[in-house]
Design a protein around this ligand. Sequence first.
Ligand code: SF4
Length: 345
Amino acid sequence: MKQAVKVKEGDSVAARLLGWYDRHARVLPWRARPGEKADPYAVWLSEIMLQQTTVATVGPYFMRFLARWPRVGDLAAAPVEEVMKEWAGLGYYSRARNLHACAIAVVRDHGGVFPDDEEGLRTLPGIGPYTAAAITAIAFGKHAVVVDGNVERVVARLFALDEPLPAVKPEIRARAATITPLRRAGDFAQAMMDLGATLCSPKRPSCMICPLEASCEARAQGTQETYPRRAAKKARPVRRGACFFLTRPDGAVLLRRRPNKGLLGGMMEVPTGEWGADTLSDEALLLSAPAPVAWRRVPGLVEHTFTHFHLELAVFTGGRRRGRQRRPMASGPHGRNWPARHCRP
Ligand code: SF4
């Protein structure tokens, strides 16, 4: 039978965690220092950037965005292409498009001031339940239950929740609600995130120095590394295709913009052909080539793993044109044809 989590009066999980946070909080560029008021714009920007991305990666992007667009109105007034360009490399590009749409909505519908509750925040583009709760707690200090991946791990261990992810998420949230204090909800949320990012790591958590050790059921059982439980992963499908790198004698590279919706929406790319499960011959791959020039296959493959499939691309480089010139058209990965653009390197 499971042990009950030991939460004593005056020595609650929240009290111990907040005491630890007061001594060990990470210094992060978007985080208000003790005594400072949090900036909702900075909190929102960081939370959108941190979705699916690490703190170390986000840091420089956050600083560049804030330097270039210091207030939400500045970001709203920026051309979306500039925002996308500044975002390049952070991945999950629909976030950048939503970021810009959200800034516009805050200026247009809320006088440039972010709503200060979850309900209001969730009406804005790109703000889901997690982000709304995080902004409510961290930017406005209001009570909200904030559960990100780090918090999921801590709570699953603290209560030794045996059901695997993602089915266990509602229970994790319910358990998180039982330990979230009414006061200092923002600090508590950030403390849970910090604990998950530092001591309660996925492998070899530092339980000996954890402020919650005495309350942690998984630690008591010696099974902490087995939480959160995960259902067996399905193998990712592999998609294969080709991409075409074509340069002009002046060094310009042939690029095109992907459709706004879908994978890497709105991003510039070298043209690629269809992506399918089959391994095709070079002759078949070249049927998607964007221009009638002499193509040369580069040895090897470019590989990238997306969340839902693995991609393998053959690379062809284009040389001098054969025959008559015509405006190049490229067949896209979703069967669309796009006019080609030229871009200086
Ligand atoms: S005692 Fe260990 S497993 Fe439990 S919350 Fe702390 S670091 Fe995580």
